[in-house]
Design a protein around this ligand. Structure first.
Ligand code: DON
Length: 582
């Protein structure tokens, strides 16, 4: 039978637009601004700045609002990381990554024969880890908030939007129906997000009365209510009724952790980024240190030489990630060895400018040990905040998969994460995406799964010049390295630096994944001739078709040191991203 496919393919190839998404010129101001994945949430933060709140106050309001208006990733049922730098130079990181429940075991997601059971670590109650977002936001507020605005005031925009509802956009309607299978498997999620099968369309109002009630309790009783109050009771009861593991004692025992930021340097710029349990900061600093030995500025931004160099640097950093990284409270992580300039110089010296290094010949560089990594997938969101005084927040948080594990916990209205899938389900066994991961990241009770989230702040002469980060699972670190080098080396405008087409190499699989149009046909030919395999980015599971092929969403702030002008650039790849000035 003759198939119509080749013709369809030809048409598809011809019609992949070079600029498949809109390029936002950004919003400029000399005062404060918030850049986030959704407009109500960016506005909620900006309104707090107008009331005299600082960047941390605004970040708390934005994060809570995203939990209502951007349920695919915004959350109080997940976790994340926030890097803060105050204008006085103080910098710190808040780790509110989820933890494995006390009842979790190494083999939780395996069957009796030791095989990983498909879907068990990604869908339903068993996939959820103990949420950290509320504890992390509360800790950040207590430590670094202005003290001028009470917790209750910061919860209010989110609570009001959950109660009164907000208008569903075209993109959100499309997004919800793309996840109908996942959300439809849980009664509360089906009722709230799919209207029991009467799907939302653009212009409808999405109200979340249970979530409003939960936020109302947290508003009245404080953030501890989530962990020890009625919310904890409802969440634990729903877990017990549906075979989940999270108990009241897991919730009561959850603690956010304040960690020392990771610092590095690149061509005279200072970087402040996230330490483990994210792999993001270490891998970012490793890549930049390896790149520093090359004159990146002289290379064409989308040329074969540049892409080859970046891919080789990415490959080496991700191989180290696989071999050495995990939760620092459970695994000894050789941070200073991994960031040692001599080590990274030797590592970069193994790059052959003419040939791709096959990943199978490359393990962790500190020793001969090779363990494979599991690049994550699916959904997360990043936002950047700067206030008029120059305090900044870079925050990436997540429920992992799009709409997490698809479960709304009973009457809480809270959509839960499936962060357990960021752990090693079985060392050496490929996961659902055909990838394998390492021992340092094996499941243990109360352990934090390894992450790629990379909230980052860049300074020059002690002044903030870039605040950035991105969702995108395993690709996050590579998105951040490209945004930063587009600005520092290629001297792109803020809008171009964020819009430039992206590519990704994560050691395994041994292939470059890329956005459509990331390089010319001639460059692609050259890369193939060097031995690289290239794959057009695929749609993540549950992603709506219009987001096909995009990598990340870097909601970024760039400050012009000469004029002091601050530009907030919402990433045009995703519909609805917004920058709102104070
Ligand atoms: O922590 C991580 O690295 C992952 N759970 C992030 C997932 C993600 O970014 C999905 N985003 N699109």
């Amino acid at each position: 039978m003759s198939s119509p496919r080749p013709l369809a393919l030809l048409i598809a190839v011809f019609f992949i637009p070079l600029k498949s998404f809109s390029v936002s010129p950004g919003v400029t101001t000399s005062r404060g601004l918030v850049v986030a994945a959704e407009g109500h949430a960016a506005e909620a933060g900006a309104a707090i700045l107008r009331k005299g709140g600082n960047a941390v106050d605004a970040a708390v309001a934005t994060a809570l609002t995203l939990a209502v208006t951007y349920p695919r990733a915004g959350n109080i049922g997940g976790g994340g990381f926030m890097v803060v730098r105050l204008a006085d130079g103080t910098a710190t990181a808040f780790d509110f990554r989820e933890t494995a429940p006390g009842g979790a075991t190494r083999t939780l997601y395996q069957d009796g024969e030791g095989k990983v059971v498909k879907g068990r670590s990604t869908e339903g109650h068993l996939a959820a880890a103990v949420p950290g977002t509320v504890a992390g936001l509360a800790m950040a507020l207590e430590r670094m908030g202005s003290g001028k605005l009470a917790w209750a005031e910061l919860v209010e925009p989110a609570r009001a939007l959950a109660e009164k509802g907000f208008e569903v956009t075209d993109a959100m309607a499309e997004d919800l129906s793309a996840s109908a299978e996942l959300l439809g498997a849980n009664a509360a999620a089906r009722r709230i997000f799919l209207r029991d099968g009467k799907y939302y369309t653009a212009g409808d109002t999405l109200r979340q009365p249970e979530l409003a009630a939960t936020l109302g309790r947290m508003q009245a009783e404080g953030p501890g209510e989530f962990y020890t109050g009625r919310t904890a009771e409802l969440l634990a009861a729903d877990m017990a009724a549906h075979g989940g593991l999270i108990t009241k004692s897991d919730l009561a025992g959850y603690r956010a952790v304040e960690r020392a930021v990771l610092r590095g340097e690149y061509r005279g710029y200072e970087l402040i980024t996230m330490p483990p349990p994210s792999s993001g900061g270490i891998a970012l600093l490793q890549m930049l240190a390896m790149l520093e030995g090359y004159d990146v500025a002289s290379l064409a931004p989308a040329g074969a030489e540049k892409i080859h160099l970046f891919v080789e640097v990415m490959r080496r950093a991700y191989a180290d990630r696989a071999a050495y990284l995990g939760d620092p409270d459970f695994t000894k992580i050789p941070v200073s060895e991994l960031l040692d300039r001599d080590y990274l110089g030797r590592r970069a010296a193994t790059i052959d400018p003419k040939r791709a290094t096959p990943s199978k010949t490359l393990g962790g560089g500190l020793s001969a040990a090779t363990e494979a990594t599991k690049p994550e997938s699916m959904e997360t969101t990043h936002f950047s905040v700067m206030d008029a005084a120059g305090n900044v927040v870079s925050c990436t948080y997540t429920i992992n998969g799009i709409y997490g594990c698809g479960v709304v916990a009973g009457e809480t209205g809270i959509l839960l994460n499936n962060e357990m899938d960021d752990f090693t389900s079985r060392p050496g066994t490929p996961n659902a995406f055909g990838l394998v991961q390492g021992e340092a990241n094996a499941i243990q009770p109360r352990k934090r799964p390894l992450s790629c989230m990379t909230p980052t702040i860049v300074l020059r002469d002690g002044k903030v010049v870039i605040v950035t980060g991105s969702p995108g699972g395993a690709t996050i670190i590579n998105t951040v390295v490209q945004v930063i080098t587009n600005l520092i080396d290629h001297r792109m405008t803020p809008a171009d630096a964020v819009a430039a087409k992206r590519f990704n190499h994560q050691w395994l699989p041994d292939a470059i994944t890329h956005e459509p149009g990331f390089a010319s046909e001639a460059v692609i030919y050259e890369l193939k001739a060097k031995g690289h395999e290239l794959r057009l980015r695929k749609l993540y599971p549950n992603d709506p078709p219009r987001w096909s092929g995009t990598q990340g969403s870097a909601e970024t702030i760039v400050v012009d040191l000469v004029t002091g002008v601050r530009t907030g650039v919402p990433d045009g790849r995703r519909p609805g991203t917004a920058a709102v000035a104070e």
